[in-house]
Each structure stands twice: as structure tokens, then as C-alpha cells.
Design a protein around this ligand. Structure first.
Ligand code: GAP
Length: 454
């Protein structure tokens, strides 16, 4: 069963502590979200899985954590001050503001903006006539130091990758890196989006997981193809259904100012259809050439074997941690007929979040069959044996069926039940979220059992 709207996900996210509206007690701050106790675990697991595959498991990529605030010339050089803007139109009647390129997409006109198309489109809310198109820069501006003048103007980074380019020489020199090699980083980015919305899909503050692969220019086409497949494989390996993913190549006149070629990996978000989840970009030598020009530093690479000196090309992979988290949530969400064995629960819908085990916020829940002291005590002792290695949860309220149901809803792969027999035979029952099979496991072997399963 596939969902036709994000509403059930938004509702589950709030109800079970994954994602909350930011500043809710003040009426909320539009398009900003807070990750709750389970959301932060899920998103951290997404970021950890990305870091493992990008940095830990590879010899050719190293990590970085650069600052959000950067020298303002960065954004002149990168082209963001002049070119990082969205086409904006206002409705003359209801005054609502829209992104012109999105309106044109809705009208099935090519997903690229053409000013001459704007007259063909009316306000989707009231049908009113739209204004001419204006460009709107998406960077958040603030001031550094005590005086709010032009000299103190500074920007919140709109993409994390610029910190990588500015550290190109530092990484080469400190890590003795030879081309080809990559630098990966995870961090916050900020964009003053004109039309944010659709929950965490488009927000003004978000996290990116970006990797820049520095290569000889003649390798660019080949490397682009390799990364395109690698990134898709990462999502599939973490359980995303093949049918929910597709590629979309950007057409020439749709390319960002830095890109020679670009491709989106799209996910079919409930109610939104296929939308960008991640990107793979051939940025050519744009970034290093521009930073060389504006900084006066030589950012060329000299091949020690051939003596050739050149400006490396960059193939970038750019994934949004928030969009990925939302995609994993939506893909894993399943409503099933009641499975908890409750008589009064017949024909009710239950939610099972079939998250990949690496991503599940809680790996095992510990459930005493009764609140009686000897069971509570033993359950806490059993939990203590694994909690150093895995995120666990203790739950003693409600029937065992209800507790299984609560854990299914948050995607916990294993429930460990301690019953009265456990006091005698020193064994516990382990229930599998997906198969619902139950295995009797010796307490002494529980850690090894979970290690194998997880
Ligand atoms: N460095 C290249 C770059 O930033 P992008 O296509 O503008 O490319 C990359 O952004 C990824 O960042 C997107 O695929 C998406 O996952 C995420 N992203 C971009 N804007 C976002 C927003 N407003 N809210 C949430 N995620 C966003």
C-alpha cells in the first residue's frame, strides 16, 4: 500500500517523537523543525551510515568539518552573491508569493524557468494574474562584530561544499593526498527559500552530506557515472524500494551556474511524487579556478609522476540529511491489519515502520511481562548487558500486545520479553518486528544473538 499524502508521516512523527514544529509554543516558526528523541537517533543513524560508506570504508576520501561562517569573498567567488537566486512572482489579487519555476512545473511546462512562460500561468490559489518575474537571492545575511555595517556583512553558508574547496590545499598538504581523492562533510546549510513547505522536504535550515571528488579533467565523465550508481546503491542498500527511486538528468539550460552536468536522484515522496532527494554534479574546474582568482593562491595540482600541472575537476555528491531521513521514514511506513493479538483490536490498522536495522532509532526494547519487582529487576539487568552497544528502551506499561505495537510503530527490530519463567530458566523471548517470530534465547547469549541479528 502506498500513501497518497505526507499526513500520516507528519502525524506519526509528532505522535512518536520524531519531528516537531520548531518553536511550537509560540505558534511555530514556518519551515523550521526540531528532531525529537527518536528523530535525532534516526537522523544520526542516517548520517553515520553515510559517513561509514563515504569515509570509514574508503582509502580515497577523508572527512572535514568546516565552519558555517566563511570569509564573505567566498560567496563572490563561488557565484552565489550574483547567481544564487530564485525567480519570484506575486499574485496581484491575493498577494501570495510563488516560485515561478515551480508554477511552470505544475503546469507541466518543462521543469526549467522561462520568463516568457510566466503569462501562461495564473495564481494556483485564486486564479489571479501574476507579476513579472523578479530574482530573489537565497542567502541569509547577518553581521559579524558589533557594528551592523557593510564591512561586517557575512552570510550563512547556503551549501557546505565551499568549506571543502577552501581547505583543498590544507587537506592535500596535511594528508599527503594524491588525485583522485575526495573530501566529505556533513553540516548545516541555510537558504531563505521563497516557498518552503511539505514538512521537512524544503526548509530554510537543513543539513547536507556532501562529498567532493577531485580528479583529472579527462576522468570527469567516467567518475560522474560511477558516483551516480554509488549513491543510488547506498539508498537501495539501506532498504529504499527500487520503484521509489529514479534519476533525472538536468537539461543544459537548467544547470546551476557551477555545473557542467547534473543529475538528481529522485524519491517518490507521498503526495509530492518524484522529487529531488540528492544530486550528483560535475562542477568542472569552476570552484577551484574561481577561488584561485579571488584569493590569489595557486590551487592547481601538480602530478609528481608526469609533471603535469592542472586545475582539478570536481564531481560532487550532495545529499540532504533531512530529505533522506524523510524518505527513509516514508519508505518504511506500512499500515497493516492488527497483528498484536488484541481481541478488541481486530481490523484496526497498525503501523509498522520497516526501517533498515542500521537506521532504526531503538534497536531493542526490554519488556517485563509484569510490573512485579523480580521481573523489573531482571529486565533492567538484561538491558544493562546490551545498552552500551545499542540504543535500547524499557517499557512496562500496558499489555504486551500494546507494547509490541508501540515498538513496531517506531521501527524497533527486536523486543526482548522477560517473563516468570525467565527467573528460573534464565532465558528471554526475542520477537522479530518483521517476521513476528519469537525465539527463546539464554540471557548470557543475548548480546551475541543481537550482534548477529543487527
Ligand atoms: N552543493 C550543491 C548543492 O547544494 P543542491 O541541489 O542545491 O546542490 C543538494 O542541494 C541537496 O541538498 C538536495 O538534493 C537536497 O537533498 C538538499 N536540499 C537543498 N535545499 C534544501 C532545502 N531547502 N531543504 C531541505 N533540503 C535541501
Amino acid at each position: 500500500m502506498s500513501l497518497d499524502s505526507l499526513d500520516p508521516i507528519v502525524s506519526l512523527a509528532k505522535r512518536r517523537g520524531f519531528i516537531f514544529q520548531s518553536s511550537e509554543i509560540y505558534g511555530g516558526l514556518s519551515s523550521c523543525y526540531d528532531y525529537g528523541p527518536l528523530g535525532v537517533e534516526l537522523k544520526n543513524n542516517v548520517k553515520r551510515a553515510w559517513w561509514r560508506s563515504m569515509v570509514q570504508e574508503r582509502d580515497d576520501i577523508v572527512g572535514l568539518d568546516s565552519s558555517i561562517l566563511m570569509h564573505p569573498t567566498t560567496w563572490k567567488a563561488s557565484g552565489h552573491l550574483d547567481g544564487f537566486s530564485d525567480p519570484l512572482v506575486d499574485c496581484k489579487k491575493c498577494k501570495k508569493r510563488w516560485r515561478a519555476d515551480h508554477l511552470l512545473q505544475n503546469e507541466s511546462i518543462k521543469p526549467k524557468f522561462r520568463p516568457e512562460h510566466s503569462s501562461e500561468v495564473k495564481c494556483p490559489d485564486c486564479g489571479g494574474e501574476l507579476t513579472d518575474v523578479r530574482r530573489f537571492n537565497l542567502m541569509f545575511k547577518t553581521f559579524m562584530g558589533p557594528v551592523e555595517d557593510e564591512a561586517g556583512e557575512i552570510y550563512l553558508r547556503p551549501e557546505t561544499c565551499q568549506g571543502i574547496y577552501l581547505n583543498f590545499l590544507n587537506v592535500i598538504q596535511s594528508m599527503r593526498k594524491k588525485l583522485p581523492f575526495g573530501v566529505a562533510q556533513i553540516g548545516k546549510a541555510f537558504r531563505n527559500e521563497i516557498t518552503p513547505g511539505n514538512f521537512t522536504f524544503r526548509t530554510r535550515e537543513f543539513e547536507q552530506m556532501e562529498q567532493q571528488y577531485f580528479i583529472h579533467p579527462k576522468e570527469a565523465k567516467k567518475v560522474f557515472k560511477v558516483w551516480k550508481e554509488e549513491r543510488r546503491r547506498w539508498y537501495l542498500d539501506l532498504g529504499i524500494k527500487k520503484s521509489n527511486l529514479r534519476f533525472r538528468e538536468h537539461e543544459k539550460d537548467e544547470l546551476a551556474h557551477y555545473a557542467k552536468a547534473a543529475l538528481d536522484i529522485e524519491f517518490s515522496y507521498p503526495g509530492l511524487g518524484f522529487k529531488e532527494l540528492a544530486g550528483v554534479h560535475n562542477r568542472g574546474d569552476w570552484d577551484l579556478s574561481q577561488h584561485e582568482k579571488f584569493s590569489g593562491q595557486n590551487l592547481k595540482y601538480k602530478d609528481q609522476e608526469t609533471g603535469e600541472e592542472y586545475t582539478p575537476y570536481i564531481v560532487e555528491t550532495s545529499d540532504g540529511a533531512d530529505r533522506a531521513t524523510l524518505a527513509f521514514l516514508a519508505d518504511a511506513y506500512e499500515e497493516v491489519e492488527t497483528r498484536s493479538g488484541e481481541k478488541d483490536g481486530k481490523h484496526e490498522k497498525e503501523v509498522v515502520l520497516r526501517l533498515h536495522k542500521d537506521l532504526a532509532p531503538i534497536k531493542a526494547a526490554f519488556l517485563p511481562l509484569s510490573k512485579k519487582e523480580p521481573l523489573r529487576k531482571l529486565t533492567a539487568e538484561v538491558q544493562a548487558k546490551v545498552r552500551r552497544d545499542y540504543m535500547t528502551q524499557y517499557d512496562e506499561t500496558g499489555s504486551i500486545g500494546k507494547r509490541y505495537r508501540r515498538q513496531d510503530e517506531i521501527g524497533t527490530p527486536y523486543c526482548v520479553t522477560v517473563d516468570f519463567d525467565s527467573l528460573e530458566d534464565k532465558m528471554v523471548t526475542v520477537r522479530d518486528r518483521d517476521t513476528m517470530e519469537q525465539a527463546r534465547v539464554a540471557i548470557e547469549e543475548l548480546k551475541i544473538y543481537l550482534d548477529e541479528k543487527l
